[in-house]
Design a protein around this ligand. Structure first.
Ligand SMILES: CC(C)(COP(=O)(O)OP(=O)(O)OC[C@H]1O[C@@H](n2cnc3c(N)ncnc32)[C@H](O)[C@@H]1OP(=O)(O)O)[C@@H](O)C(=O)NCCC(=O)NCCS
Length: 183
């Protein structure tokens, strides 16, 4: 029993550490990290612009009173890897509020990110990492053309391990049809 409690404590501590790292890194300053221009004029701040292939998307429910409730989000962090011709895009922070899942929000966020990335310097490889526990996410990524390209194991506490899966999808530049992209 004591060992079980220690195990739960270790696993919880690991998840909290992941959340704290996120708060200290990209989520500490979303506009700076994901290259979102808020505009100099405060009036423009309701219309943020993406200035490059990176971006951060938020699904929100707007009420009549003018307030918004965040339902989900997704970040795309793009950069050129050393020695690579193509752009690398890392998807991060895909999350939909528990109460609004299975309404197509995750799919819409992902489609928006892919569609935005296609408008920039390509070819591009889009990747993300998810765990064996995130079955809904795995299905979502597969549905959008991602496939598993690697695995790694993270020790969890003293007894358990967590399998992580790296998913990848390549976006092609071929744009020979009037309505756009081939992939
Ligand atoms: C993964 C997640 C973002 C999906 O968001 P969502 O808005 O519910 O997804 P959608 O309604 O757009 O569903 C799109 C596809 O995802 C898959 N999917 C979503 N929920 C699923 C579930 N509970 N079980 C299996 N597949 C699921 C399906 O393929 C679905 O397509 P379908 O509706 O045609 O079957 C959401 O479940 C979530 O936030 N999970 C917790 C956080 C997380 O795991 N994030 C991923 C980090 S890598």
């Amino acid at each position: 029993m004591a060992l079980f409690l220690v195990e739960i404590h270790s696993i919880t501590a690991m998840f909290l550490s992941v959340c704290k790292t996120a708060q200290r890194t990209d989520l500490a300053d979303i506009p700076a990290f994901y290259k979102v221009s808020l505009g100099g004029d405060p009036a423009e701040r309701s219309r943020p612009q993406l200035v490059g292939p990176s971006g951060f998307w938020v699904a929100a429910l707007e009420s009549k009173g003018g307030t918004s409730q965040v339902l989900g989000c997704l970040g795309l962090d793009c950069h050129q890897l050393e020695g690579a011709d193509e752009l690398h895009g890392e998807l991060r922070r895909m999350f939909v509020s528990r109460h609004y899942r299975r309404h197509g929000i995750g799919s819409r966020l992902l489609s928006e990110a892919i569609s935005h990335a296609r408008g920039f310097a390509l070819p591009m490889t889009m990747e993300l990492e998810t765990s064996e526990l995130q079955l809904a996410a795995q299905s979502l990524y597969e549905k959008h053309g991602f496939g598993v390209v690697g695995t790694r194991v993270i020790p969890m506490g003293q007894l358990s391990v967590l399998w992580m899966f790296r998913f990848r999808r390549t976006l092609h530049t071929v744009d020979t049809t009037p309505n756009g992209w081939s992939n």
